[in-house]
Ligand binder design. Structure first.
Ligand code: ADE
Length: 244
């Protein structure tokens, strides 16, 4: 399902708090992506799909216990209505700490799709039948619990949109990011060459592009080994798989 070059990646965000997204989506890279016609963001309030006279979207858990659970009705109706607003169906992603961990590889996959529908939860969780009855993929942004999926949805939108071809100004800006090649990014410096006694490594001022590239690669590898050895192991495993 490759996206044609000029077609925008469409996000539909299902949330109880659409107002928290506005400034985030308007500002900086995400706003520019929209202006360039490379991304679209559509916000939908799940509460609008409640048929309860008080527009309730949550209720007490069967079997007792603390907190409230998101009800099936508003979520099913909201998803079904939004799904019909555009083609194709795209991917339907529930933000939850129980999901597959979001990483750069998944961001890259998302950036190649036509449409992503994001479901943000609140309260103690979703009625389990939402998982059973709707075609959801569950995604977590890490092993911690947020009070809602909105901040997680913002992370997913940001990491995804910056990988859409044409969004970043410099052709190689995304290619040299941390994780782009399985390594953390090398150290970066800008002017002045000396600040409070701290100097920029000489090689970066040398104009020797081959030496600079070698230095950066070595720094990235060393930094990854010290901080995130697990990434090197994964990379070795991938290389072995590809070789074998
Ligand atoms: N909602 C609450 N915590 C979350 C997390 N870690 N990732 C995604 N969605 C969440």
């Amino acid at each position: 399902m490759a996206r044609e070059e000029q077609r925008a990646l469409r996000f539909d965000i299902l949330t109880l708090f659409p107002e928290v997204f506005g400034p985030f989506l308007d500002a900086t890279m995400l706003g520019i992506a929209r202006e360039k016609g490379l991304a679209e963001y559509h916000l939908h309030n799940i509460r609008d799909y409640s048929r309860d006279k008080h527009h309730k979207v949550d209720d007490r858990p069967y079997g007792g216990g603390p907190g409230m659970v998101m009800r099936c009705g508003p979520v099913f109706r909201c998803y079904e209505a939004v799904r019909e607003m555009a083609e194709p169906a795209g991917r339907f992603v529930m933000l939850t700490p129980q999901g597959r961990t979001f990483d750069q590889a998944l961001a890259r996959e998302f950036s190649r799709s036509d449409r992503i529908i994001l479901l943000c939860g609140r309260y103690e969780g979703f009625d389990e039948r939402i998982r059973e009855g709707l075609p959801v993929e569950e995604v977590s942004i890490g092993d911690f619990v947020l009070s809602g999926g909105e901040a997680a949805a913002m992370a997913v939108v940001d990491a995804t949109v910056r990988l859409v071809p044409g969004v970043l100004g410099h052709r190689d800006a995304a290619a040299s990011d941390s994780f782009a090649d399985g390594l953390l990014e090398h150290p970066q410096y800008t002017r002045p060459p000396e600040f409070r006694g701290m100097t920029v490594p000489q090689v970066l001022l040398s104009g020797n592009h081959a030496a600079i590239a070698r230095w950066r690669r070595a720094q990235a590898t060393e930094r990854t080994r010290r901080r995130r050895a697990d990434l090197l192991n994964t990379q070795t495993a991938t290389t072995e798989k590809n070789d074998g």
